[in-house]
Design a binder for this molecule. Sequence first.
Ligand code: FPP
Length: 254
Amino acid sequence: MPMKLPFFKSKNEERFIQSEELTNVPEHVAIIMDGNGRWAKRKGLPRIAGHKAGMDVVKKTVETAVKYNIKVLTLFAFSTENWRRPKQEVEYLLRLPKEFLHIYLPDLMKNNVRIETIGDFDSLPDYTKEAVRYAKEKTKNNDGLLLNFALNYGSRDEILSAIKLIMKDFDEDKFSLEQLDEERLSQYLYTNHLSDPDLLIRTSGEQRLSNFLLWQSAYTEFWFTDVLWPDFNEEIFVEALMDYQNRSRRFGGI
Ligand code: FPP
C-alpha cells in the first residue's frame, strides 16, 4: 500500500501526496545549518540559545529523514573555522554533541540510526570525542539512516590531509602516478565510505559552501531557504525534497 506523505501547500491547507509522487528521494542529503545566532538575536537571547534550539531541530530533522527514507544525512555541526569564535561559544558548540546524544541516543537507537563523523576528530576535546565514540560504537550495527556529523570539518583541510597521505603512500610505492585518479583520491577523504551528496540545503539566506564538501559536491543540487535553522521543520524539508524531484541531473552529459 502506498505510504501517504504529508505535503504542506500553505499554513492552512495540507494535502497528502502519494509515495509514487516522490519518485526520486535523494539518497544523501547534506545540510549547512545556519542562522542560530540571528535567530537568538531576534529574540533578544544569547547566541548559545540559538545553538540549543538548533540542536533540538537536529533531532526533528533526523526523524524527517528517517520518515522519507533518506539513506545518509550529513550535518555541518562544527567547521575548522568555528574555532575563531569566542571561547565560550566554541566550548558550548563542542559540548552540544554530548548533550544531544545524552538526550536523544535512545530515540536514535529506536529509529535504527547509525552515527558517524567526518572531520579532524583527534583535535576535538576529550568530552566531545568520548560521547561521540560511545554513540558510534552503540549504533554501529544499525542499518537505517546514517547520521553523519561534520565535526571540526573543513574541505580544504580534508583535501590537504589527503594530499599528504597520498604523497606518503606514493613515496612508499603503493601506486604509480598513472594509478592516481579521482577514485583513488576520493579514498583518502573523510567521506571515503559515502556516496556524494545528492542534495545540499543551506538555511538562513546565505548562498555559499563555506568550505563544506567542496570535492564531493561537484554535481550536487543546491537548495537555499531564508528560514533560520532553529525554524527549519518538516514542511520546509519536504519543500526541498519536492524541488529536488524536478531537477534534471545530467552530470555533465546531455
Ligand atoms: C551556524 O549558525 C551554526 C553553527 C556554527 C553551529 C550549528 C550547530 C547546531 C545547529 C547544533 C548542532 C547540534 C548537534 C547535535 C551537534 P551561526 O551561529 O553562524 O548563525 P548566525 O550566522 O546567525 O550567527
